[in-house]
Design a protein around this ligand. Structure first.
Ligand code: NAD
Length: 489
């Protein structure tokens, strides 16, 4: 059967697809502003039931100890998504405004494939480690260290790469033996709701193990952070909301995983191929209209070649026209909403107020009367002190900043409240690697290397968050450690 056949999505609570206690809300195509259909709008009673169901499924069923069942179920979800991949592609383009070309990677197929890594990791994991016999305090003891699921996971996710973020939480959390309540962003409810349909209709995932609660009410996310029945909150979104999640979770001392904002730097060393580096920097900030937390939005270039660097970046970005994300050649689609477009525009106005200039772009494209489009924009003439160089804009906007050598470039890159990612371009590999090693950031690309992969941990330093998603480290976020000592007399 087709997904969302009647144009209305439902919640998944305790194994049942149900409507929301608060009725429904419209989901909008950001490229056209057309209403795609309706999503179930959960209320607090729905969230309460979802948390209760997840708690029961964890405490009263064999899910957390039956690794074979979990591995099978995660693979079933992967296979169901693969079977429906073309439907999911169209839905993702419409619901997220994601350029079609990105659905071959991180917007869809990448995260589907990465479910294999979660299943394989659980299948091959050393759940019990034998530390052997010892005699601490003279008492002969056999010691082992056991890894087991944390319990009920509250997963709260944003709208920018929703499959990637939903599945990078769901896959490892389930494979590790947890039960989950997923509270996705209200801007992209369908991308999450289809998971509910696929889980209910194409997998053996038992009732209550996964609950998907779409809602316009952000307070339902806060419920997850506060509720004592939830053992871990895994959150991706803005640093401001992450702070609130951490504070809400403090009362019950629950584990908190946070993947937050970024203002990452692209460092061009003075021996680098300036044209190649600045073109890559300009291109990458246009992908998905700059709505990626790890996108390098500060281009830091040798002062002596500043004007040249600005011109190259503007040449690249000025030639990328924002447009219809369903077309195969589109790189830069819309931003997610009118609110987000207005927020980006307010930062562009701020850039001028701070004394900056636009080398290209600067506003809404005249040839796109509908849809939430913003022109790729290069800001020049500002230092790293400017607010547009310090705050996350989340649009196709690049600020070019001069540096006075490697030490200064590293200082500028690290002079940020964030520490999510970074890029270094330089001709001498040893020198570039040395600069990369000094960056206070969770992922670093040297000369075009790609850190995005199922087995690579992703996450931030400083106010970009704590913990890691993906890789073995991302799997282990969802595990507790139990040390068992048995007297060996
Ligand atoms: P947000 O942080 O407001 O929302 C993310 C998720 O948290 C959503 O599901 C939302 O409903 C939920 N939420 C909101 N308030 C909550 C609360 N008090 N407690 C618990 N959950 C809560 O992010 P947004 O509105 O989607 O975007 C705002 C800004 O966040 C963007 O402009 C961008 O700067 C940043 N952002 C960052 C990322 C990232 O991956 N780092 C992704 C999307 C957005």
């Amino acid at each position: 059967m087709a997904l969302l056949a009647d144009g209305v999505s439902r919640l998944l609570i305790d194994g049942k697809l149900t409507s929301g206690g608060a009725g429904g809300f419209a989901t909008v195509n950001p490229a056209t502003e057309e209403v795609l259909g309706e999503a179930a709008n959960a209320d607090t009673a729905d969230m309460d039931r979802a948390i209760g169901a997840a708690r029961r499924a964890f405490d009263e069923t064999g899910w957390s100890t039956n690794t074979e069942l979990r591995v099978r179920c995660v693979r079933q979800l992967r296979d169901a998504m693969r079977e429906h991949v073309e439907e999911l592609r169209d839905l993702t383009i419409a619901d997220v405004g994601a350029p079609r070309m990105l659905t071959a990677g991180a917007q869809l197929e990448g995260p589907i494939n990465d479910l294999s890594f979660a299943a394989d990791t659980a299948e091959n994991y050393e759940w019990t480690q034998d530390l052997g016999l010892a005699s601490p305090m003279g008492i002969p003891t056999r010691r082992s260290v056991v890894r087991e699921a944390v319990g009920v996971v509250g997963a709260i996710t944003p709208w920018n790469f929703p499959h990637q973020i939903n599945l990078a939480k769901l896959g490892p959390a389930l494979a590790a033996g947890n039960t989950v309540v997923l509270k996705p962003a209200p801007d992209t409810p369908w991308v999450a709701a289809v998971l509910g349909e696929l889980i209910a209709e194409h997998t053996d995932i038992p009732p209550g193990v996964v609950n998907i609660v779409t809602s316009t009410d952000h307070a339902l996310g806060a419920m997850l952070a506060k509720d004592p029945r939830v053992d871990l909150v895994s959150f991706t979104g803005s640093t401001a909301t992450g702070r609130s999640v951490m504070a809400d979770a403090a009362a019950t001392i629950k584990k908190v995983f946070l993947e937050l904002g970024g203002k990452s730097a692209f460092l061009v060393l003075d021996d680098a191929d300036l044209a190649a580096a600045c073109s890559v920097a300009g291109f990458s900030v246009c992908l998905h209209a700059g709505q990626g937390c790890a996108i390098t939005t500060r281009l830091v270039v040798p002062r002596a070649r500043y004007d040249e660097a600005v011109a190259i970046a503007a040449g690249t970005m000025g030639s990328i026209k924002p447009g219809d994300p369903s077309k195969p050649g589109t790189i830069c689609g819309p931003v997610i909403s009118a609110r987000q477009r207005d927020r980006v525009q307010s930062y562009l106005d701020l850039a001028i107020a701070e004394g900056g200039e636009f080398a290209c772009g600067g506003g809404r494209p005249a040839d796109q009367p509908a849809g939430f489009f913003i022109e790729p924009t290069v800001i020049s003439g500002l230092t790293n002190e400017a607010r547009v160089a310090r705050e996350e804009i989340f649009g196709p906007v690049l600020t070019v900043i001069p540096h006075d050598g490697d030490d200064d470039a590293v200082r500028i890159a690290n002079d940020s409240p964030y520490g999510l990612s970074g890029t270094v371009y330089g001709a001498d590999p040893e020198r570039a690697a040395g600069v990369a090693a000094r960056l206070r950031a969770g992922t670093v690309n040297v000369n075009g290397g790609v850190w995005y992969a199922a087995d690579m941990p992703f996450g931030g330093y400083k106010q970009s968050g704590n913990g890691r998603e993906m890789g073995i480290a991302g799997f282990e976020e969802y595990l507790e450690i139990k040390a068992i000592a048995t007297a060996a007399n």
